[in-house]
Write a new protein. Structure first.
Length: 273
């Protein structure tokens, strides 16, 4: 028995089913988890770039970072770490051209280190290149030429700070900047008379003072002294009754006649007599 050839309708139906299976399969496929973005690269010639290359256990015990004659990068970075196993409590790591060149238990920048000197590897947020930019702004504002910068990162009573000693090309000191290594604010600028102009913060509105309402104290009404009840009036003595004797009644005068009364009324109307 011969097989019936597929009709056009069957071909279309098979094509639709094939397309649906492709889309459904792709929808059910699990999406790959995106990889986290890599941490921004730090210049190995900067202070924090050298710190990133320290062994983790040593980086956690970082106490100081020193460098001399930066223009703006120094030739060497000196990272001092507290090492409780050493008699002086310190170990110094020296970096040049972005590479560790030596590690020793002596340093020209400190005789001893204590656990209280440790600042760790996560506190400092301001790198040495940012600190150099701040020094350059102060030199430009004060119209002086900046030659080199000596860097010192350490813990002080003001917190974790960069101390930037600024020198002119002849090696003469121009000034010393103290910069907060966490927030970047300049704490002092000894030797630099002027500070770079920055946007002034909006003034804080003064709180409105509302005058207190006067407290009205109700004054009690004065007590009225009750008036004494009036004394009852004394009874007057009875008046004597006088019995009067009626006088003799005179004899009645005879009345005028009717004609006489009518004549008097007419005279009043006409005004005669």
């Amino acid at each position: 028995m011969r097989e019936r050839p597929a009709s056009i309708r069957d071909v279309k139906l098979r094509g639709i089913l094939l397309i649906l299976s492709i889309f459904v399969g792709s929808a059910l496929a699990q999406k790959p988890t995106p990889k986290p973005a890599p941490a921004p690269a730090l210049d190995e010639n900067t202070a924090l770039g050298a710190l990133r290359q320290l062994p983790k256990d040593a980086a956690k015990r970082l106490a100081r970072i020193e460098a001399r004659d930066g223009n703006p990068w120094p030739q060497r970075w000196y990272l001092l770490v507290h090492d409780p196993a050493q008699p002086r409590g310190l170990r110094e790591f020296v970096f040049a051209d972005g590479k560790l060149v030596t590690a020793r238990t002596l340093s020209q920048f400190a005789d001893t280190l204590k656990a209280t000197d440790v600042i760790g590897d996560t506190v400092a947020k301001v790198n040495s290149d940012q600190a150099a930019g701040i020094a350059g702004q102060y030199a430009l504002t004060n119209a002086v030429r900046l030659g080199t910068v000596n860097y010192e990162l350490s813990k002080t009573s003001a917190g974790i700070v960069w101390q930037l000693t600024c020198l002119d090309p002849q090696g003469n000191q121009l000034g010393v900047l103290i910069v907060n290594a966490t927030k970047g604010g300049v704490l002092s600028h000894e030797g630099f008379e002027k500070a770079p102009v920055t946007a002034a913060p909006a003034p804080t509105p003064e709180p409105k003072t509302v005058a207190p309402r006067p407290v009205v104290t109700a004054t009690p009404a004065p007590k009225q002294t009750p008036k004494p009840a009036p004394k009852p009036a004394e009874a007057e003595p009875p008046k004597p009754v006088i019995i009067s004797t009626p006088a003799a009644t005179p004899a009645p005068t005879p009345k005028p006649g009717v004609g006489k009364r009518v004549g008097d009324s007419v005279r009043k109307l006409f005004g005669s007599e």
